[in-house]
Write a protein that binds this ligand. Structure first.
Ligand code: ING
Length: 326
């Protein structure tokens, strides 16, 4: 009997600034119930699912944005989701903004987080986003901000993998999915399904030429991560026109082959499902990507030794260009 896990990717359409958490939780419950009718065992919700994507505005004083963060999870607003999921025997992953005090109680930390809850309602883990994109300072010339580096600090825990749902489950959030290291660190822990919530504005202010490629790049990075590490990948969007910014949909469930087995067709609340055979991972982990047999970590030291590019030295002066250009 193979290990099959029926997963739902529960895409959300826009969440506006004025939307109360209770109304959002009602939408999450509707998607959960759709999943239950389709036999899902695990539902994945987007990044920062409970609020609008507030880093699109710059508010200098962080205490004025405290209302976007959760100080505990579950809490009064989300308890109905936790209770109903447990009643139905369905696990879930939920992205939210986390504001927490360190052990001394002296320092506030703000993370872009994602909690994973098992089918019995027990909390497996909370992952805190590592790759924080965008900018930290106000950039007034932008059509909208992407000031995640103002609102969140990188998580302290790295990329974990946990025994859950009958397999090995990992988590990542949004920009993490663009970095191959994200998947490989989990791949080296044997990950069999990676759960990723994302919020991706289609317009990329630093280089608008990438706008037309937003969907291609989304599929490219998740399919590559899946294939090169022999893992399922579930990417779930907050989608659609949210407070004047068009967010990419294209939530997907991707097989260890890199093939997209399910994808949303809308940019609204939409559930897609797939029955994922976790034993398919071995087809890649035990052949092409048998890490222990084929990897050459002694030749990969740059990957952990360097942050940025170090070009090789020029051994000779470049030949002068007969056309007089350099
Ligand atoms: N969002 C984006 C992401 O990596 C971004 C940042 C936006 C990258 C647009 C490229 C283009 O999908 C988050 N929240 O990380």
């Amino acid at each position: 009997m193979t290990r099959q896990l029926t997963i739902g990717a529960a895409q959300l359409g826009p969440v506006n600034r004025s939307d109360e958490r209770g109304a959002v939780v009602e939408r999450l419950l509707a998607l959960l119930h759709q999943g239950e009718r389709r036999g899902v065992e695990l539902v994945v919700f987007p990044e920062l699912a409970l609020t609008t994507f507030f880093p699109r505005w710059y508010v200098d004083d962080l205490t004025e944005t405290d209302h976007f963060y959760e100080t505990e999870m579950p809490n009064a607003a989300t308890q109905p989701l936790f209770d109903e999921a447990r009643r139905l025997g369905i696990g879930f992953a939920l992205g939210f903004a986390e504001r927490t005090l360190d052990s001394t109680g002296a320092t506030t930390h703000r993370y872009n987080s994602q909690i994973l809850v098992e089918r019995d309602g027990s909390v497996v883990a909370t992952y805190r986003k590592m790759h924080i994109p965008g900018h930290a300072d106000h950039e007034p010339d932008r059509p909208f901000q992407h000031a995640e580096r103002h609102y969140f600090e990188p998580g302290p825990d790295g990329f974990g993998v946990w025994h859950a749902f009958g397999g090995l489950v990992g988590m990542a959030i949004c920009n993490d999915r663009r970095w191959p290291e994200t998947y490989r660190v989990m791949g080296l822990q044997g990950v069999e399904v990676v759960l990723i919530g994302y919020t991706t504005p289609i317009h990329y202010v630093p280089d608008p030429s990438q706008d037309a490629l937003a969907g291609f790049h989304n599929r490219l990075v998740m399919s590559s991560g899946a294939y090169q590490n022999g893992t399922w990948v579930v990417g779930v969007a907050k989608a659609g026109p949210e407070e004047g910014v068009e967010l990419l949909g294209q939530s997907s469930i991707i097989a260890p082959s890199g093939e997209v087995v399910a994808q949303t067709l809308t940019t609204r609340d939409e559930l897609i499902t797939a029955t994922c055979d976790l034993d398919w991972c071995a087809r890649y982990k035990q052949t092409l990507f048998d890490f222990d047999r084929y990897r050459l970590p002694e030749h990969y030291t740059r990957i952990t030794a360097q942050r940025g590019v170090i070009e090789p030295p020029r051994l000779t002066e470049p030949p002068s260009d007969p056309r007089g250009q350099q």
